[in-house]
Design a protein around this ligand. Sequence first.
Ligand SMILES: CC(C)(COP(=O)(O)OP(=O)(O)OC[C@H]1O[C@@H](n2cnc3c(N)ncnc32)[C@H](O)[C@@H]1OP(=O)(O)O)[C@@H](O)C(=O)NCCC(=O)NCCS
Length: 170
Amino acid sequence: MHKIELLAKTHDRDGFDCGSEPLNLFLKLTARQHAERGISRTFVLVNEAAAAPKPIIGFFSVNICQIKSESLTAQEAKKLPRDVAGVRLGRLAVAKTYQRQGIGKILLVAAMGKFIKIFNTAGGIGLFVDAKDQETKRYYDQFGFIAMPSNELELFLPVKTIQEALKAHS
Ligand SMILES: CC(C)(COP(=O)(O)OP(=O)(O)OC[C@H]1O[C@@H](n2cnc3c(N)ncnc32)[C@H](O)[C@@H]1OP(=O)(O)O)[C@@H](O)C(=O)NCCC(=O)NCCS
């Protein structure tokens, strides 16, 4: 049975390999420091029954962000103040041996759930992500992310889309 947990010392960060060294290094060296300093939070997917150090199947990081509404499409920017808040999905990665098995989708749905908790407490217009290339952009496209007019690799998932996705998923 899979479980999403806040990254902790009991997780095997060193054994994680998603094929992208910057993402591996972030998990190993930076993620816990960022959590301690309030910069971002990292959540990992593990097998509930695994013994510590628990192998990490995948992870994502989220942080609060502020954006200018003028950077959104005219349709999305309508009736918004100049500065708005959202949640940035800073990182998303799945261990090589688990890729293409729907784990990325499980993590993305969990990140949407984290966004909704923040939305219910303090607001926020949606989830933001910087896709590293066109292939990654295509991955996010399938979940309804919209490209920002100024940069097609900067993507936005509006709160309405998130609420509908979570409804369909429950
Ligand atoms: C990108 C990543 C998170 C996707 O996770 P995943 O668990 O492999 O993806 P899923 O199984 O949820 O994918 C579902 C569908 O998305 C599509 N897809 C999967 N990986 C994709 C990729 N890299 N690019 C484009 N589409 C992709 C496929 O259509 C897939 O369905 P299929 O297997 O039937 O073809 C994962 O491959 C990964 O960690 N890659 C290395 C790190 C990385 O690039 N992270 C993105 C940071 S911006």
